[in-house]
Structures are given as structure tokens and as C-alpha cells.
Design a protein around this ligand. Structure first.
Ligand SMILES: CSCCC(=O)C(=O)COP(=O)(O)O
Ligand SMILES: [Zn+2]
Length: 215
């Protein structure tokens, strides 16, 4: 494990932005039962050398404390002296950064993303067509059809992380874990938040659409 010195101003900016996002998502009840994790990259990026701030594992993400986040390297190891433990799902964040070069990765558990991931779990992908919110992914084609990958929710996170590169579609900034939640990312926190909000809108739409069609 090698420690790096991240300039104080960079650290403060990242922690402030990530803390603000955490508060907004908590207000939407997007972190039930300590679930969910958020990360924001800091400094330069190459696929084999990057650093990011990530939520500490097992915390109540609806409260703000000085020990909410820590900084880790591209392997998910703390890159500064700390007593905090990174999110249990840090390796999935590492894999998404490595594959996409993105700037932020947000993971939340919601009833809608869980229901939809389970409904389409066997198929391995959620199909969507013609919704306006697809434009939030920068896809502007009329009546666009997209699919969101769904990965199995193995107990061992490295087993999930190693599947990410095989299903990741660079045009679709999200992956569902079956019966677990969504990972959404973007080039920065603003974009990752826009993507996550669009995914959540779409999942609620799919759920309600399926109900309507049944009745
Ligand atoms: C109680 S939720 C189970 C773990 C999980 O899926 C999650 O998102 C939170 O884990 P973390 O280690 O990031 O707190
Ligand atoms: Zn989770």
C-alpha cells in the first residue's frame, strides 16, 4: 500500500461536494438501513493510477460526521492514514473508474430499482424505449431504445466486480445488481446525479407501467 498526498484544497472541495450530494440523496430516503455508497475522483487519471473519496462502510448515510469519507487508490486501498474502512463495495467503484475514466460513481438501493432488477434479472438487461428521460444519458435519437445491464448479486464483491467490464456499455452510464441496487456514474458529480435521477425515474415508470398493463 502506498500513501499519496492529495492537496488539501482538492480534498476539501471533493469532500464538500460529496457531502452535499449525500445530504440530498438522504433527503430522498435513498440510503435505507445504511445502504448505498458514493465516490468522487480526485486529481489526475490513468487506468492504473487514480484516487477517489468514498463513503466509509456501514455508516448511517443520513447523518453528516467528520468520518463519512476516506480517500482510496485504484485498488480500493486507503491512500492516507485512517482508521476508517472503505465501503464494502469499493471494488465495484474501482472497476467502473478503470473501465470508463469517469469522475463520480453513485450507488443507491431503492424499492423501484430492486423490483425492476429482479423482474428482468433472468434476462440480464432492462429494455427501455421512447422515454424522454433517455435524453439525460445524452441519447437524442427519436424513440431511442436502450438496455440497462443487470448483474447477479453475488455475496463476494470481487466476483461482481470482475463481471463489470463484460456488461458495461459506454453509452449507458449504469449497471443494476439484481435485488440490490444501481450503480450510476458520470464525468463529474453533476452528471452522475443526473444519470441516477433519470434511472430512478425510468424504474418507477417501468414498475407503474407493468402494473397498469396487468389491471
Ligand atoms: C445494509 S446494506 C448492505 C451493503 C450494501 O449493499 C451497501 O450498499 C452499503 O455498504 P457499505 O459498506 O458501502 O456501507
Ligand atoms: Zn449496495
Amino acid at each position: 500500500m502506498s500513501f499519496v498526498t492529495i492537496p488539501l484544497e482538492q480534498k476539501q472541495a471533493v469532500l464538500q461536494e460529496l457531502g452535499g450530494i449525500k445530504e440530498q440523496f438522504a433527503a430522498r430516503h435513498w440510503f435505507p438501513g445504511t445502504s448505498g455508497n458514493l465516490s468522487l475522483r480526485v486529481g489526475d487519471y490513468t487506468p492504473d493510477n487514480f484516487h477517489f473519496a468514498i463513503t466509509a462502510s456501514g455508516k448511517d448515510k443520513s447523518v453528516s460526521t467528520p468520518s463519512d469519507f476516506l480517500f482510496v487508490d485504484q485498488e480500493g486501498h486507503p491512500c492516507e492514514a485512517t482508521g476508517l474502512k472503505p465501503s464494502a463495495e469499493t471494488l465495484i467503484h474501482c472497476e467502473i473508474y478503470r473501465e470508463t475514466g469517469c469522475g463520480a460513481v453513485f450507488h443507491v438501493h431503492t424499492v423501484f430499482n430492486n423490483l425492476v432488477s429482479e423482474y428482468f434479472g433472468e434476462k440480464g438487461a432492462v429494455p427501455i424505449q421512447g422515454l424522454e428521460l433517455i435524453k439525460a444519458f445524452n441519447i437524442w435519437e427519436e424513440n431511442a431504445a436502450i438496455t440497462i445491464p443487470v448483474l447477479p448479486n453475488y455475496a463476494e464483491i470481487p466476483r461482481i466486480a470482475e463481471l463489470v467490464s463484460g456488461v458495461l456499455n459506454p453509452a449507458i452510464p449504469g449497471i443494476l445488481l439484481r435485488g440490490h441496487g444501481i450503480y450510476a456514474w458520470g464525468k463529474n458529480a453533476f452528471e452522475a446525479k443526473r444519470h441516477l435521477e433519470a434511472f430512478e425515474f425510468i424504474f418507477e415508470y417501468i414498475y407503474r407501467d407493468l402494473l397498469l398493463r396487468k389491471s
